[in-house]
Design a protein around this ligand. Structure first.
Ligand SMILES: *Cc1c(COP(=O)(O)O)cnc(C)c1O
Length: 235
């Protein structure tokens, strides 16, 4: 059984060190504990150890967990592909959606968020590697999507997210993180994000979060390094 509290401490230390190495403030970087396929007791352990942000990628599973954490300080981010028929649950329960990649989904999230009288923070997922099998909008089409999201009053567009191509050496992922940062800097300079003086960059996972921090990540999404290996997907 992984020692979750120790793992969290070690990861936070590594995030802080990576930030300091490149002259950033450690407080700018938030850790999203990716709890997909992880049981409630492990999530509770993480929460007791001070972890507040949890990332899920399957809405049915997230819904059951979120109910159990009502009244706590846990905050839920959605990091998976969203089928349009799940937009209602996402709009009702999720605090930040990292994976908006099409206008139709934004429209559905906005409408349902309105029904619940909620505002939702959203990030646009960009397919920086331009991989055919991957979710996310192509870099060349991202500006148009970000612009059109500003028409949705319930959605607060805070920044960008990416899942770069898989590489075993994290240094090889650096150029992709950099593409995402450059895009976000450009959009921010054009005033396209909710806050004029800051934006979110969701990038970096267990194997490469330090490189992501060096390239400007404000949200790192770490699962395995906190909770250990996940059980395999059941079919
Ligand atoms: C599973 C997942 C992660 C976490 O991956 P680890 O390698 O376990 O840290 C991060 N981001 C997304 C979108 C994921 O689906």
């Amino acid at each position: 059984m992984a020692n979750i509290q120790n793992n969290l401490q070690a990861i936070r230390q590594r995030i802080d060190n990576a930030a300091l190495r490149c002259g950033r403030k450690p407080g700018e970087i938030r850790l999203v504990a990716v709890s997909k396929r992880i049981g409630l007791s492990a999530i509770e352990q993480a929460n007791r150890a001070g972890q507040t942000i949890f990332g899920e990628n399957y809405m049915q599973e997230a819904k059951e967990k979120i109910e159990q954490f009502q009244g706590t300080d846990a905050e839920w981010h959605f990091i998976g592909h969203i089928q349009s028929n799940k937009a209602r649950d996402v709009a009702a329960l999720i605090d930040m959606v990292h994976t908006v990649d099409r206008i139709k989904l934004a429209k559905a999230l906005n409408r349902h968020a309105g029904e619940y009288n909620r505002k939702i923070s959203v990030l646009v997922q960009v397919n920086v590697g331009e991989e055919t099998q991957k979710a996310g909008i192509l870099p060349g089409n991202a500006e148009e999507l970000v612009r059109s999201l500003r028409d949705f009053p319930q959605l607060e567009v805070k920044g960008l997210m990416t899942m770069p191509p898989f590489k075993s050496n994290p240094e090889e992922v650096r150029p992709y993180f950099r593409i995402l940062r450059k895009l976000a800097e450009d959009f921010s300079a054009k005033g396209l994000f909710r806050d004029s003086n800051r934006f979110e960059l969701s990038m970096g996972m267990s194997g490469d979060f330090e490189v992501a921090v060096e390239e400007g990540a404000t949200l790192v999404r770490v699962g395995t390094a906190i909770f250990g290996e996940r059980p395999a997907l059941s079919v």
